[in-house]
Design a protein around this ligand. Structure first.
Ligand code: FE2
Length: 298
């Protein structure tokens, strides 16, 4: 594998004819002030981003959650339709759900991955510890969602999930792989006051995994904009104990720093139509390297 395309926060709406005026109050509320309640615009932006990813040589596609606006079955069906129409090889798409995908029912994602998204199930989130090997890269897609009211947008990375991921990272079978954790929620929050309602419970454990395993990188969404972070550890002992200090990449001008290990993608549903919001990473020397814009138009 050479190039990974990273999309996130697609927020597909149910666009069936005549449905628009009848959106549930919850659907209107979560879109309000954030993005237009325009189902065609959302599907168009996803289709364009996928076409751009293909045109630019991506051989794996990661979509890091908030696939739908409120996790209704019809929204998942329409998300799946756009993916099918994009003509991607079925084992080249890694999808994880986000908090929006769990606003309607506790098992919306499970139903979708058995139903309309079944073609993409092989490389997508299921049980914690699932590993998806693609050449020199091994993806660990994790579902961080919980069924909650739209007043909340937090996620959870449980102790069991940490242990399952740790086992994979210690497994000699994957010793030579570039390991990539895929989560919707990042293990930090840029606004401290929002950490409890919008952050990731267990985020410190995720940082611990990153500190202990230098071959591990993380792709996330949720914040709707680009983030790049390095993991700094004060000492080898600190690293062994999983004591991590997270720092924005390039925040210490002039001083040496490690490679970017956490990558946040912008929201595919935001911004102008003609500038798809997507990131690319090239896999080189066992690590991910973000590729800068501009990209070749699709
Ligand atoms: Fe989102």
């Amino acid at each position: 594998m050479r190039r990974i395309a990273h999309l996130s926060d697609v927020h597909i709406l149910d666009g069936r004819a005549g449905r628009k005026a009848r959106y549930r109050f919850a659907t209107k509320l979560v879109s309000m002030g954030q993005r237009a309640l325009d189902p065609r615009q959302r599907t168009r932006r996803l289709a364009r981003a996928l076409a751009l990813a293909k045109a630019n040589g991506a051989d794996h596609f990661v979509i890091s959650g908030d696939l739908t606006e409120v996790g209704e079955d019809a929204e998942f069906e329409q998300f799946a339709e756009v993916l099918h129409d994009a003509g991607l090889p079925e084992d080249s798409v890694t999808i994880v759900p986000g908090n929006h995908d769990a606003y309607t029912s506790a098992d919306g994602w499970a139903r979708a991955i058995r139903g309309p998204l079944a073609r993409f199930a092989a490389a997508s989130a299921a049980v914690a510890g699932k590993i998806v090997e693609r050449g020199s890269v091994a993806f660990l897609p994790i579902d961080t969602t919980r069924f909650q009211s739209i007043a909340w947008s937090a996620g959870v990375f449980s102790k069991e999930t940490t242990a399952a991921v740790e086992r994979r990272l210690r497994d000699p079978a994957f010793r030579d792989k570039t390991m990539v954790l895929v989560l919707h929620h990042p293990p930090f929050h840029p606004v401290k006051a929002l950490k409890w309602i919008d952050g990731l419970r267990g985020g410190a454990d995720v940082l611990g995994l990153l500190a202990r395993h230098p071959r591990l990188s993380l792709l996330h969404g949720h914040l709707h904009r680009i983030f790049n972070h390095i993991i700094a550890t004060s000492s080898a002992v600190g690293a062994a104990l999983g004591q991590a200090v997270l720092r924005p990449s390039g925040s210490r001008a002039g001083s040496p720093e490690g490679p970017t290990r956490l990558f946040g993608a912008p929201a595919t549903c935001d911004g102008p139509d003609d500038a798809p919001r997507i990131r690319f990473y090239d896999v080189k020397d066992g690590a991910l390297h973000a590729v800068d814009m501009p990209f070749q138009a699709a």
